[in-house]
Design a protein. Structure first.
Length: 123
């Protein structure tokens, strides 16, 4: 952000304690916090007050909580490697990203980053 390569970054599903911790520790606060309406039907009053006071947009999304499960991830890996190399992988976290054309609101690119762990079993 300091070099103007990234203009803004947001977070997803941060309730007030985690958002407070991030804003206190981070050099740049998030421009937005997306809340999943499937989990949280009403926005907590304290969270709503905090984002207004700190100029953070509060947005909503309806992404599934489990974006990719173990089985689907392993099936995806099988397309690109040997079946045995795809065994025992588990996604630890998934981050969705998109880039938007400035001042137009048009999504230029979007995708996911997945960090996965593999449990090796010696038998």
């Amino acid at each position: 952000m300091d070099k103007q390569k990234v203009l803004s970054a947001g977070v997803c599903d941060f309730m007030l304690p985690l958002l407070l911790e991030l804003c206190t520790a981070a050099k740049h606060k998030p421009y937005a916090n997306q809340i999943n309406l499937g989990v949280c039907c009403t926005i907590p009053e304290e969270l709503n007050k905090y984002v207004k006071e700190n100029d953070i947009q509060l947005l909503t999304h309806s992404d599934p909580m489990d974006i990719i499960n173990d089985s689907d991830y392993q099936n995806s890996l099988r397309k690109y490697c040997h079946e045995y190399d795809a065994l025992n992988w588990r996604p630890a976290w998934v981050a969705r990203y998109n880039s938007v054309i400035a001042n137009r609101g048009i999504i230029k690119t979007k995708g996911y980053f997945v960090y996965a762990n593999r449990e090796l079993r010696m038998t």
